[in-house]
Design a protein around this ligand. Structure first.
Ligand code: SF4
Length: 231
């Protein structure tokens, strides 16, 4: 697993911060709606980013861009992630991690060491549909452990779900709200049928109307304090 992409300035990847976003390649899930196919398959077409150069540049720009979002792929699959996070912290940068929550052991260590300022964790579906929605075998208990870790240890966090018609419906979303009851923030992300998606059949799928997401969000307030609709 290597860093294969950098977006030097992002206004949208870290709530309330301007950040640089780095993208690890490789993922242990195969969500059909994933639009990072090249990263997921660990393509050799993408050259790795030189980490020494990356750290140097981030250090030079930290007054202007004070935060980093570590995304992917799935960053927690990389054995180099703890070192990267420590190096970024030593530069005084705020750190947000994007994760699918399948590696709770590493997540716990990073949180216990105070290395993460914000974690955004994907919740793909109700627990009993996970295997069906992520397109491969998955340890649902590990994901549930990560949910618990965030609600008890993270300084700030969000759970987020890409709402894909055909994969999720209103009942699913309300069940997910119940399963996350007591969490501080839940984000409903609008599905975007941009090409290429991991499952090309979904490229023809139209998103739910915004009014649908708004109506579901109103009901989810029964379970989670803050609901955001994104996209
Ligand atoms: S959307 Fe799914 S397949 Fe794509 S990077 Fe995230 S967890 Fe992996």
């Amino acid at each position: 697993m290597q860093i294969k992409g950098v977006e030097w300035v992002s206004w949208v990847d870290y709530p309330g911060q301007i950040c640089t976003t780095v993208f690890y390649d490789g993922c242990n899930l195969r969500c059909p709606f994933c639009h990072n196919a090249l990263l997921v398959w660990e393509s050799t077409a993408l050259p790795p980013v030189d980490q020494a150069e990356l750290l140097k540049k981030l250090g030079e720009r930290r007054e202007l861009v004070p935060a980093v979002c570590i995304s992917g792929g799935e960053p927690t699959l990389s054995s180099g992630l703890p070192d990267l996070v420590m190096n970024l912290k030593s530069l005084g940068l705020k750190i947000k991690l994007d994760t699918n929550g399948t590696r709770p052991k590493l997540l716990k260590k990073l949180l216990a060491d105070g290395l993460l300022d914000y974690v955004a964790m994907d919740i793909k579906s109700p627990w009993d549909k996970y295997r069906q929605v992520v397109g491969t075998k998955v340890d649902v208990k590990a994901v549930q452990t990560s949910v618990k870790l965030l609600t008890t240890m993270a300084p700030a966090y969000e759970f987020r779900t890409t709402v894909v018609p055909g994969l999720l419906n209103e009942t699913d979303l309300l069940v997910m709200g119940q399963e996350l009851a007591g969490a501080s923030k839940y984000v409903l992300q609008q599905f975007r049928p941009v090409k290429p998606l991991l499952d090309p059949d979904l490229e023809q799928q139209q998103p739910f109307p915004k009014e649908f997401l708004q109506a579901v969000a109103a009901k989810l307030h029964n379970y989670v304090a803050e609901i955001e609709i994104r996209g």
